[in-house]
Design a protein around this ligand. Structure first.
Ligand SMILES: Cc1cc2nc3c(=O)[nH]c(=O)nc-3n(C[C@H](O)[C@H](O)[C@H](O)COP(=O)(O)OP(=O)(O)OC[C@H]3O[C@@H](n4cnc5c(N)ncnc54)[C@H](O)[C@@H]3O)c2cc1C
Length: 323
């Protein structure tokens, strides 16, 4: 096992996460001639790669999330940004002028500033059968699994933008889409609500939730509970797509940086955290709207603030690189 720490492993800034927030931070930092490393646990692009079509990124009428991720990655690399993907972090030390990130292979990277952009992941329903039928009828990604449900009748759970937009996208494959939502109204943009409401293949079960999944090898039916009457009805379905919100990927930051009660990173308007030299951006911070554009905006602000911090730090110290 390697356990090296030397000047080759020293960066001005290390960005944790390569979604749109992290890639944007990487672009700005590298372009400012700061030696920058992005470390990403999953595939570069983050949640963007789960999105079949992004139609609200200004300047680009329509693009797949995968394509947009590749362009951002290429752009960051073109300015000299190093990117390590599909590798997890064993330990992170954020205090002091020299931050340390230890990767799963034992190699330690140091930096004078850290930008945290770990994003989030899908929330699960946590009801009987969900674990058993995950990947056998239950999915959290329309782009990844929609094709498996060609000419099938499926259910979408949720009432936000992701649920409604992905329900519409799933009509390309499914013969019928039933949206089950816990409230009597949706928490989505008007255009998304209208598109779903006007779609001939989509119908709605409101003020209801799922209470169990059933089947043998594959999912065959679900229990739908009416939240007003308490009545539970069995509903035959070939597949269920769950889009009920997100959980920030901040478990590894507990006790290291200020998080709120939902696990979101608390930041000031310049994306600085409670630790000097540590910034955060994107879906993992405490904020209301989570989009590619907002992640890109936060990533920009965080990178520019980190750039100022690094310049000030360099003017105070002559040597910040470990021996
Ligand atoms: C199904 C779906 C459809 C969507 N559609 C749209 C849309 O049409 N338009 C739009 O604007 N937005 C859309 N969004 C939202 C958008 O994708 C997110 O707001 C955006 O990707 C958030 O960017 P981010 O960089 O903050 O985080 P993410 O995209 O979540 O990226 C975070 C990255 O950090 C990595 N990571 C996590 N933990 C660690 C760790 N400990 N160490 C290292 N790396 C780590 C992850 O692997 C991931 O690659 C959609 C989201 C989903 C799920």
């Amino acid at each position: 096992m390697h356990n090296s720490m030397n000047s080759n492993n020293h960066y001005d800034a290390i960005v944790i996460g390569a979604g749109p927030a992290g890639l944007t931070a990487g672009i700005y930092l590298s372009r400012a001639r700061l030696r920058t490393l992005i470390v990403n646990e999953g595939t570069v692009g983050g949640q963007m790669i789960l999105t079949h079509e992004i139609a609200n990124y200004p300047g680009v009428e329509s693009i797949s999330g995968y394509q947009l991720s590749n362009i951002m990655k290429k752009q960051a690399r073109s300015f000299g940004c190093d990117i390590k993907s599909n590798i997890s972090i064993q330990n992170i030390e954020l205090e002091g002028d020299l931050k340390r990130v230890t990767l799963q292979d034992g190699i330690i990277y140091t930096a004078n500033s850290i930008i945290l952009t770990p994003g989030g992941r899908s929330r699960t329903l946590n009801i009987p059968g969900e674990g058993k039928f995950k990947g056998k009828g239950i999915s959290y990604c329309a782009t990844c699994d929609g094709d498996f449900f060609t000419d099938k009748e499926i259910v979408v759970v949720g009432g936000g933008n992701s649920a409604l937009e992905e329900a519409v996208s799933l009509t390309k494959y499914a013969s019928k889409v039933t949206i089950v939502h816990q409230f009597d109204h949706f928490q989505a943009f008007e255009y998304a609500i209208e598109e779903a409401r006007n779609h001939p293949k989509i119908n709605f079960v409101m003020e209801s939730t799922l209470s169990a999944f059933h089947g043998n090898e594959k999912l065959e039916s679900i229990d739908i509970k009416n939240l007003k009457s308490g009545e539970i009805n069995s509903f035959k379905t070939d597949g269920v797509f769950i889009f009920i919100g997100y959980i920030p990927n901040t478990e590894f930051l507990k006790g290291k940086v200020e998080l709120n009660k939902w696990g979101e990173i608390v930041v000031k308007s310049d994306m600085s955290t409670n630790i000097d030299g540590v910034y955060a951006a994107g879906d993992s911070i405490a904020k209301r709207f989570r989009q590619v554009t907002t992640a890109v905006g936060d990533g920009t602000v965080g990178a520019l603030a980190a750039t100022n911090y690094l310049h000030e730090l360099k003017s105070k110290h002559t040597n910040l690189i470990p021996a």
